[in-house]
Write a protein that binds this ligand. Structure first.
Ligand code: NAD
Ligand code: IPM
Ligand code: MN
Length: 367
């Protein structure tokens, strides 16, 4: 059986705390299901800056390029807020995404039945929700030139540029249509074609790819501000949403709260196929380093554990193992096991990060 190579980058804040639980899950699959992993671990973000003066070394990037999959915890934190922009922890993550060319970021938002009362929205609005935001991840205003802070006369001006080429839009559109074909055959594309030329191009290209390559998929277009409102008003109208880098960042945090907590949302950042036919890939929870709870054993490890489940499915061809792991998560939630972020209207005593890991391992044992 093939050995799956995995580079783990725990990062900062709660990153190492949630990743410790993923390591136990990996060990469980190795011991109980005979799945062979070759796991290495390295530094990224503030942790890499502290050790090497840079948030991502060339050596770490080279390793990331070689493995079957990268799993990243989270980067950043107040300790690094005043660093020079070029060495901020977030630059390490953005460089990984860009250099690995991980243009398609799948951010599923699924509302587990046991958590339907935990969303800040009404149960009826979110129960059974199962949508995926496909966020373009390597272009747009995050990377466009010109950028910077310049002096103009006697004041400073901050500049970022939204820039998309047709091919960048086309490839992420294809990945959304391919995903839709495996789901409900429905894509909604979001931009602001009413005010941005890049939005006009986005709408045109998505429509063109649809008409020429995926005419059987139902395609709609929506302005992203309306999209934000519709996500909160009636999220179940959507199935796959495709959108640009910045809108995708904001809309996916919004979608997180439909599921009960930001601590629940996994993601897969996918690039072009490698020699083995699998996409180059990095798996990362949608949440950040959560400085307000870091070091207290309070973090919910589920987003990171579900990100590993996505790695099992998309990079390792271990769909059955992914189903088993997702089932175990669903089971512990149904049993009422809750970290502090999942304390709903009925209250109760929260479990720690490690105790949530214990419960998921016990559910795997029992499955
Ligand atoms: P955040 O996602 O870290 O936290 C937002 C809120 O959600 C906080 O109240 C936090 O306690 C809570 N939260 C997040 N994850 C949780 C979990 N697993 N369990 C329980 N509660 C959780 O966002 P922020 O506070 O805006 O950013 C903090 C730092 O993280 C910043 O430096 C930011 O740049 C960075 N960040 C990194 C990533 C990443 O590495 N992928 C993503 C987002 C933000
Ligand atoms: C995310 C984060 C990142 C982003 C930051 C930390 C660079 O917010 O992954 O959602 O803006 O893409
Ligand atoms: Mn974000």
């Amino acid at each position: 059986m093939a050995t799956h190579s995995l580079l783990i980058l725990p990062g900062d804040g709660i990153g190492p705390e949630v990743m410790a639980e993923v390591r136990r899950v990996i060990d469980w699959f190795a011991a109980n299901k005979g799945i062979a992993f070759d796991v290495s671990e390295d530094l990224v973000g503030g942790a890499a800056y502290d050790a090497h003066g840079t948030p991502l070394t060339d050596e770490t990037l080279a390793k990331a390029q070689e493995v079957d999959a990268v799993l990243l915890g989270a980067v950043g934190g107040p300790k690094y807020d005043n660093l020079d922009f070029s060495v901020k922890p977030e630059r390490g993550l953005l460089r990984l995404r860009k250099e690995m060319d991980l243009f398609s970021n799948l951010r599923p938002a699924q509302c587990f039945d046991a958590l339907a009362d935990f969303s800040s929205l009404k149960r009826d609005v979110v129960a059974g929700l199962d949508i995926v935001i496909v966020r373009e991840l390597t272009s747009g205003v995050y990377f466009g030139e010109p950028r910077g802070i310049h002096k103009e006369g006697n004041e400073r001006v901050g500049i970022n540029t939204q820039r998309y080429t047709e091919s960048e839009i086309a490839r992420v559109a294809r990945s959304a249509f391919e995903l839709a074909k495996k789901r409900s055959n429905k894509v909604c594309s979001m931009e602001k074609a009413n005010v941005m030329e890049s939005g006009i191009l986005w709408r045109d290209v998505v429509q063109e790819i649809h008409d020429t390559e995926y005419p059987e998929v139902e395609l709609t277009h929506m302005y992203a501000d309306n999209g934000a409102m519709q996500l909160v008003r009636a999220p179940k109208q959507f199935d796959v949403i495709v959108t640009d880098n910045l809108f995708g960042d904001v809309l996916s945090d919004c979608a997180a709260m439909l599921t009960g907590s930001l601590g629940m949302l996994p993601s897969a950042s996918l690039g072009l196929p490698m020699a083995n036919g699998k996409p180059k890939a990095m798996y990362e929870p949608v949440h950040g380093s959560a400085p307000d709870i870091a070091g207290q054993g309070k973090a919910n490890p589920i987003a990171c554990i579900l990100s590993f489940a996505m790695a099992l499915r998309y990079s390792f061809d271990e769909g059955e193992a992914a189903d088993l792991l997702e089932g175990a998560v669903e089971k512990v939630l149904a049993d009422g096991v809750r970290t502090a972020d999942l304390m709903g209207p009925e209250g109760g005593t929260p479990v720690s990060t490690t105790e949530m890991g214990d419960a998921i391992l016990a559910a795997l044992d029992a499955a």
